[in-house]
Design a protein around this ligand. Structure first.
Ligand SMILES: CC(C)(COP(=O)(O)OP(=O)(O)OC[C@H]1O[C@@H](n2cnc3c(N)ncnc32)[C@H](O)[C@@H]1OP(=O)(O)O)[C@@H](O)C(=O)NCCC(=O)NCCS
Length: 149
């Protein structure tokens, strides 16, 4: 999926086999199970359709946690990214101790922007990434979890 131009147009372009393999191994071996990427499987077929999760990002000197949703293009338009995002944000506070989650979105990636909106994320500002790419920063505050819940 990471090698296909359709899937990666707004997320840095196609990756080569070795770099994808290395990052999958790194994720599988990660001790921190709170901030990482997981596979997305279709419930009916069990097929691998994408990946999702949380990654740490430094944005203009500030540590942030980014929500990631990435699907193979043959599974776009089915509401999967919204379903994934809602599920992840629901347990971001209690299970992962997060108080704020962001999304960095290519200005041309209108589908991703729409997903962020559907997840209740708000546009905050534009930022320029270290590679020179301009991105739109969306964010949502995660409510504090009461201690006895
Ligand atoms: C962005 C992405 C995750 C969306 O996944 P998805 O499962 O198709 O998303 P959903 O079906 O939940 O919602 C998509 C929404 O965007 C809308 N949309 C799709 N293409 C659009 C476009 N070109 N312009 C405006 N809105 C668009 C859909 O109509 C839908 O909104 P609606 O429910 O109000 O009709 C998917 O395209 C993807 O994986 N892209 C490659 C990786 C990527 O870019 N990830 C995000 C990085 S920030």
């Amino acid at each position: 999926m990471w090698a296909k131009p359709e899937n990666t147009k707004y997320v840095g372009g196609p990756r080569d086999h070795e770099s994808v393999r290395a990052s999958v191994i790194r994720d599988a071996a990660a001790n921190d199970d709170k901030l990482r990427l997981w596979p997305v499987l279709a419930r009916d077929s069990g097929r691998l359709v994408g990946t999702c999760g949380f990654v740490e990002k430094n944005v203009d000197g500030t540590p942030e946690v980014e929500l990631v949703y990435f699907l193979d293009y043959t599974f776009w338009g089915l509401g999967y990214a919204t379903e994934i995002g809602l599920a992840l944000l629901k347990e971001a506070g209690a299970a992962r101790g997060l108080r704020r989650v962001i999304a960095l979105i290519d200005p041309e990636n209108l589908a991703s922007e729409r997903v962020a909106e559907k997840l209740g994320m708000n546009f905050e500002r534009e930022t320029v990434r270290p590679n020179g790419k301009r991105m739109r920063l969306f964010a949502v505050r995660i409510p504090a979890v009461p201690p006895d819940s």
